[in-house]
Design a protein around this ligand. Structure first.
Ligand code: CMP
Length: 143
């Protein structure tokens, strides 16, 4: 079953949006298989955002993402990578539709509340950066 990595960013955690965001993905029908509240080291932040190194917003991005706790999650389900991207909305909240997380809760591209993997390859990479195999659970849905 497909898995993706989602992370409530420091602004989302401090605005008490963890519950709202988790609830949206639960109600959609996806299954939470891993989660932790953590403060990112500079090293992990630089690995996670390695593809953006050298871009004008990179330094600000690293200092922001390490500024406070994030809520890292792994979600599982049919087409969860692309569906989660739809539910998050466009990276820049000014282009995000109402009803999406960023459309409903964010104003600026720098503080856009949530991160989600953009492909199967990045989902695999990001999940393994943030979680050990034994931190992910596997369970049958019983209801
Ligand atoms: P995210 O999906 O976490 O991936 C990279 C992040 O860089 C992005 O969300 C934005 O929060 C952040 N960012 C900051 N400034 C920009 C920008 N000008 N263009 C794109 N991303 C930006």
């Amino acid at each position: 079953m497909e898995k993706t990595f989602l992370m409530v960013k420091p602004d989302g955690v401090q605005r008490n949006l963890i519950g709202e965001i988790v609830s949206r993905f639960e109600r959609k029908g996806f299954q939470l298989v891993g989660a932790k509240l953590m403060k990112l080291s500079r090293e992990l932040a630089e690995k996670h955002y390695g593809e953006h190194k050298g871009k004008p917003f990179y330094d600000e991005l690293i200092s922001y993402i390490t500024s406070g706790p994030v809520f890292a999650m792994v979600w599982q389900g049919e087409n969860v990578i692309s569906e989660a991207r739809k539910m998050m909305g466009a990276t820049n909240p000014k282009d995000a539709d109402p009803g999406t997380v960023r459309g409903d809760f964010a104003l600026t591209v720098g503080k856009n509340v949530i991160h989600g993997s953009d492909s199967e390859e990045s989902a695999k990479r990001e999940i393994s950066l943030f979680f050990k195999e034994e931190e992910l659970v596997s369970y049958e849905k019983i209801i």
